[in-house]
Write a protein that binds this ligand. Structure first.
Ligand SMILES: Nc1ncnc2c1ncn2[C@@H]1O[C@H](COP(=O)(O)OP(=O)(O)O)[C@@H](O)[C@H]1O
Ligand SMILES: [Mg+2]
Length: 577
């Protein structure tokens, strides 16, 4: 995992090395201080040599100042390196996620991706920061304090033979218990984020269905689950503290007990005994740091694994070759295509689709909810990869184009399409960044959007607000259609994109398509037969298969399903489709 994440420290490695050097030298100065102190107590004071005491006192001040500056330097460098590392990781993940197919994103869930990009990265950057401060300092302090203690008195140092193993066993026990909990902790954070994200993105629905109570319950459940595992995990972590204290004071008492007689017999000087106490505290404090680092690393491993998973995920749909091939015309062919969303599932979502559409044709697609109409058209811009058969655009398999060329040629308007915050013009320019005002106007005319835009006080400069909240559903659909037209696509797909538009406007839009986009292949999914009845070809979908195909007249005389739908709509009964 470290191997996987280490490259993201690039640009900050010199700060890391410098920071570690600083904190290492800080530790050395801190260790030398008590030795100078011992000299004052054992040599200066008994001799009553004031000059000696002052000289050494001054030396202590200087050493303390140096040690402090090194400490400040190391804190500064480590926070800089940590932040930089975090930023690198976030950017790398974000850029990689942009390449994900829908399938990749569905595998992680959006909420989990957000947690991995924020919370997990924060933990990792924090860990780098802390370990830069402590990783060298703690072992340096530990070993040197131990060595110095032994040189002062081997007899007294024997207390460590009991204290250290005891401590090690306890720390290992804690870590064993705590490490699986950290994985769960991050998963439950995902859970909380999922609820929050769903709730906020659908806040209008939540309010209109008065689902506040229900949503609160749902949130509480996930939040309590997170709290429970966090309490348990950190409960173990804080146990560390009292155990450390118990052992530290136990050791000090033992040293006093055995050290006092040594001083009385003159075997040990008082100054050295007090220095010895300092070293005991340092040994145990640095052990405490080591154990803290170990706890932190346990958590970091859980986070690092999750981040590495994102970085390792192979984008499900990739450009196979970098050929400059562009789509030559708007013909669309499905050669015996089979497709399912989930490789593991038994049932095909699309079965044996054999369909040939000539460039410039208008094709209607009709069928009940779940009959796989949307699934069918999503294969044309290669939003999903088929398992069997071939989808061709412009006479060539979609895989032969780069994603950019293919999706430039295939424009898709969804029923639930999104606009972004910004002005109407900015949103339309997504279709073609270089479109002139005249082109924008023409596209909006064709999509019947021009009339309402002109009625707005600021026209094309009207701000849409986040997700386009400032326009009605039907207006939003028309803007999305205009945006797609601006792409001048070879294939234009409307997935139920005029559902919120009245019938007369719907007809006007189709008429405009006919006159303004004669060469573009138009594929229109609709609920209302009237929206597709003038199409060159109508496809009736049923349960993932093409049930019937033909013109309106042919289907009226041959297809029972089609005639039923037609009659039910004639009677003014709306079909549940
Ligand atoms: N992202 C997805 N993952 C898994 N199954 C899906 C996904 N989208 C749609 N389906 C399933 O595929 C079938 C067809 O869905 P869809 O093409 O959206 O139908 P339609 O557009 O005709 O209403 C449905 O049974 C639906 O549950
Ligand atoms: Mg659909």
């Amino acid at each position: 995992m470290i191997k996987k994440l280490w490259p993201y420290t690039s640009g900050y490695r010199k700060w890391i090395v410098l920071g570690i050097l600083c904190s290492g030298s800080e530790a050395v100065f801190e260790l030398l201080l008590p030795l100078v102190m011992a000299k004052i107590v054992d040599t200066g004071i008994p001799a009553g040599d004031t000059a000696y005491i002052l000289r050494h006192g001054l030396l202590m001040v200087v050493m303390a100042l140096i040690s402090m500056s090194l400490g400040i330097g190391s804190a500064f460098l480590s926070s800089r390196a940590g932040q930089g590392f975090g930023a690198n990781l976030r950017r790398a993940q974000f850029e990689h996620i942009q390449k994900f197919s829908f399938q990749n994103i569905e595998r992680f869930s959006t909420a989990s991706l957000v947690t991995r990009l924020t919370n997990d990265c924060n933990n990792l950057q924090m860990s780098l920061m802390m370990s830069m401060r402590l990783m060298v300092r703690a072992p340096v302090m530990l070993i040197s304090a131990l060595v110095l203690a032994v040189t002062i008195s081997w007899k007294l140092s024997r207390v460590f033979l009991i204290a250290l193993p005891l401590l090690a066993v306890l720390i290992v026990l804690i870590i064993r218990n705590v490490s699986p909990l950290f994985g769960t902790l991050q998963e439950r954070t995902d859970g909380v984020n999922l609820v929050v994200q769903e709730n906020l993105s659908a806040i209008r629905v939540v309010k209109s269905f008065v689902r506040k109570k229900y949503e609160e319950e749902k949130f509480k459940k996930r939040n309590d689950a997170l709290k429970a595992v966090a309490e348990k995990a950190f409960g173990f972590v804080v146990l560390n503290m009292p155990i450390m204290m118990l052992i530290t004071y136990g050791t000090i008492i033992a040293v006093m007990w055995y050290g006092a007689p040594l001083v009385q017999t003159g075997e040990l000087e008082v100054g050295l005994l007090s220095t010895f106490f300092t070293y005991i505290t340092q040994v145990l404090m640095s052990l405490m740091m080591v154990s803290m680092i170990m706890m932190m690393i346990t958590r970091t491993i859980a986070c690092g694994k999750r981040v590495a998973e994102v970085l390792d995920e192979v984008p499900g749909i990739q450009d196979i070759n970098e050929s400059g091939l562009t789509v030559s015309d708007g013909s669309v062919d499905f050669d015996h295509v089979y497709f399912k969303y989930n490789d593991g599932s038994e049932k095909w979502n699309l079965q044996d689709i054999d369909l040939h559409i000539k460039s410039g044709m208008t094709v209607g697609v009709i069928g009940g909810t779940g009959s796989a109409k949307s699934t069918l058209v999503q294969l044309i811009p290669r939003l999903y990869e088929v398992q069997q058969g071939t989808v061709k655009v412009g006479g060539r398999p979609v895989q032969e184009y780069t994603m950019e060329h293919l999706r430039d040629a295939v424009a898709m308007v969804l029923q639930k399409n999104t606009l972004f915050s910004g002005s109407i013009r900015e949103n339309l320019l997504w279709g073609d960044a270089n479109a002139s005002d005249a082109e924008i106007e023409a596209a909006c005319e064709a999509a019947c959007a021009a009339e309402f835009i002109h009625r707005m006080p600021e026209g094309y400069d009207t701000d849409l607000g986040q997700g386009g909240v400032n326009v009605s559903g039907g207006q939003k659909q028309r803007l999305c259609i205009a945006r797609a037209i601006l792409k001048k696509p070879k294939v234009l797909i409307l997935d139920d994109s005029t559902s919120a538009v009245d019938t007369a406007t719907d007809a006007k839009i189709r008429q405009a398509f006919r006159t303004q986009l004669p060469d573009t292949t138009k594929i229109i999914i609709a609920q209302r037969i009237i929206s597709v009845s003038d199409a060159d070809l109508i496809i009736v979908m049923d349960d993932g298969k093409i049930a019937e195909m033909g013109s309106h007249e042919e289907l009226m005389s041959n297809s029972v399903i089609y005639r039923d739908i037609y009659l039910s709509q004639q009677e003014g009964v709306s079909l549940d489709a």
